[in-house]
Design a binder for this molecule. Structure first.
Ligand SMILES: C[S@@+](CC[C@H](N)C(=O)[O-])C[C@H]1O[C@@H](n2cnc3c(N)ncnc32)[C@H](O)[C@@H]1O
Length: 485
């Protein structure tokens, strides 16, 4: 589940910060073609959801919709992809709050903020925790601005610099430009924290109605938010636990050959507990292969994993990993574990065994001073495993790969992706997923999706996975099964 509730204390400091601190960034060949969802396939969904259609499509008769559809699809594809830009800006704010590569200031994670607050309150009579926090944030902003001027080979700094310079047209080589960059960072910080507070309020309101409503709200919580690439080990533990459950029930047997991962993600500086002391990495494609082999649901020689993502950064990252694997280079995954995070023993065991089927443990990246309390494992993933992963640029809401029946997927996994879309968009995505799954194949998602009778996907159950002994720290993974043709 989402940890946004824990950001509330931070959100309340937005106003203080704004006032005090303002003063001062396919492989080609035999691949199946990617196509847009055509009108004939979308029509039953448009009809079933006539009340929930976007304004441009609402109230139109079938003839008008048939004419409007192709233009609407291409335009909406561009609109969705434009949300990546906002996601990039959110990522820079996570980097600002949590990064240790450019500053010695304490990290501003929800838990560290709690600690700062209680320390400050106990040291000073009537203590001024807000000043302590504002000072830390101000130091972080100053240090980030300084580091952006000389980013060296730090890929995160280079990315942040590219976003500020190219997307925002700010010349950070001049004093006036640096001041502009400062205002940009502070304003973005205020926006991100304000959004976090709104998400927390929306969850609380839904929880007050009933637990189902909370699940529904969480499942589309980020529908207007920028598209971020955040990822961590946690949802992969939830996926492995779910695969075990499906296996236990005889719903999945040892014949998983074709797997798709929608939105594999890229760990830059995760919105919950992001770290930046190791190179950017993707985890899910390798985690899923590892789990499938461990559970003997797949045989490596017979396995193909396709990733669908609309982010050029994610797709390029995977293409480059493949290119290096073709030169027999391993892919390294770093696995940080917060020793004070209260992880469940099952999660700790998963972390400990991660990669055992696909690589070998190696010496992990050194933990920097500002990120104490961490244990890190690192795994060097074999090139033969990396070559099993094929990245494809797809916007799952509006596109799919056109696959012959013999090439359809046994399993499609989409965690922390559908929550970025509203119910209509999710229903279109479900139609695209259904067209790529073999009859009897599964979609696993930690977002609850609407079951439309017109789409041949049915809920087959769900698993509940708990990550730690912290409140609300877990996931429901929903199982959707493609009906027989
Ligand atoms: C928050 S990350 C989740 C990463 C990973 N699945 C996890 O659970 O840790 C969301 C990912 O979905 C991708 N994404 C978002 N919208 C998408 C869409 N419409 N089609 C394909 N990928 C999408 C993003 O680029 C990103 O890689």
């Amino acid at each position: 589940m989402i940890f946004i509730e824990k950001f509330r204390p931070l959100a309340s400091f937005t106003a203080i910060l704004l006032t005090t601190v303002l003063v001062f960034a396919q492989p080609r060949g035999t691949q199946s073609p990617v196509i847009y969802l055509d009108y004939a396939s979308a029509q039953p969904i448009l009809q079933a959801m006539s009340e929930a259609l976007p304004t441009e499509l609402r109230g139109q008769d079938a003839n008008a919709l048939a004419i409007l559809w192709p233009q609407w699809v291409t335009r909406h594809d561009a609109e969705i992809r434009s949300r990546l830009r906002q996601g990039d800006e959110d990522t820079i704010i996570n980097f600002l709050l949590f990064g240790t590569s450019f500053t010695r200031a304490p990290r501003a994670t929800p838990r560290q903020i709690e600690q700062i607050m209680s320390r400050s309150n106990s040291q000073t009579a009537g203590g001024d925790a807000s000043t302590a926090l504002a000072t830390i944030l101000e130091t972080r902003i100053n240090d980030l601005l300084r580091a952006l001027s000389a980013p060296g080979t730090n890929d995160r700094l280079l990315f942040a610099r590219q976003v500020i310079v190219n997307q925002r047209n700010i010349d950070i080589t001049t004093e006036a430009g640096r001041q502009q960059a400062r205002i940009y960072l502070i304003t973005s910080l205020g926006r991100v924290l304000g959004e976090q507070a709104n998400y927390a309020r929306a969850i609380e309101a839904a929880r007050a109605v009933n637990p189902n409503e909370e699940v529904v709200e969480r499942s589309r919580l980020y529908r207007t938010r920028g598209l971020s690439s955040d990822t961590s080990i946690l949802p992969n533990f939830a996926v492995e636990e779910t695969l075990k459950e499906l296996q236990r029930r005889g719903l999945l047997t040892g014949s998983v050959r074709r797997v798709a991962i929608v939105g594999p993600g890229l760990d830059f500086a995760d919105k919950q507990e992001g770290f930046d002391f190791y190179p950017q990495q993707t985890i899910q494609p390798f985690a899923v292969i590892d789990s499938l082999l461990r559970l003997r649901l797949s045989v490596l020689d017979d396995l193909q994993v396709t990733t669908f993502d609309l982010s050029p950064r994610v797709n390029d990252h995977l293409r480059q990993a493949r290119a290096r694997a073709a030169r027999r280079q391993n892919y390294t995954v770093q696995l940080p574990r917060d020793t004070q995070g209260g992880w469940k023993p099952e999660l700790a065991r998963y972390w400990q065994s991660f990669g055992s089927m696909i690589g070998s443990p190696i010496v992990p990246a050194a933990v920097p001073q500002g990120a104490s309390g961490l244990e890190v494992r690192a795994v060097a993933i074999r090139p033969t495993v990396v070559m099993k992963v094929t990245p494809v640029d797809v916007n799952i809401v509006l596109q799919r790969q056109e696959r012959a029946p013999t090439e359809q997927f046994d399993l499609i996994i989409g965690t922390n992706i559908f929550s970025y879309y509203d119910t209509f968009e999710q229903s279109l995505a479900m139609a695209n997923v259904a067209r790529m799954l073999r009859p009897g194949g599964f979609l696993l998602s930690n977002n609850a999706l609407l079951e439309l009778p017109v789409t041949p996907m049915r809920s087959a159950g769900y698993s509940t996975v708990v990550y730690s002994d912290r409140q609300n720290d877990g996931d429901f993974v929903f199982w959707y099964r493609r009906l027989p043709s």
